[in-house]
Design a protein around this ligand. Structure first.
Ligand code: SF4
Length: 52
């Protein structure tokens, strides 16, 4: 619904989003998000993106 994609959009990605929660394990490649369920790539993006 928020058009999540697993690649950045216009230079923006989850790693710079205020809703992103980084991976907890050192070897994990995905984190989580406050507004979307499921594993979230730091390099992803969705319509709810908001800069930190
Ligand atoms: S709101 Fe969207 S852009 Fe921000 S962390 Fe979640 S999935 Fe990524």
């Amino acid at each position: 619904m928020l058009h999540y994609q697993d690649s950045p959009k216009d230079g923006h990605s989850c790693s710079g989003c205020s809703s992103f929660r980084p991976p907890t394990a050192p070897d994990a490649e995905t984190g989580t998000c406050k507004v979307l369920e499921g594993p979230i790539s730091p390099h992803g993006w969705c319509m709810a993106y908001s800069p930190r």
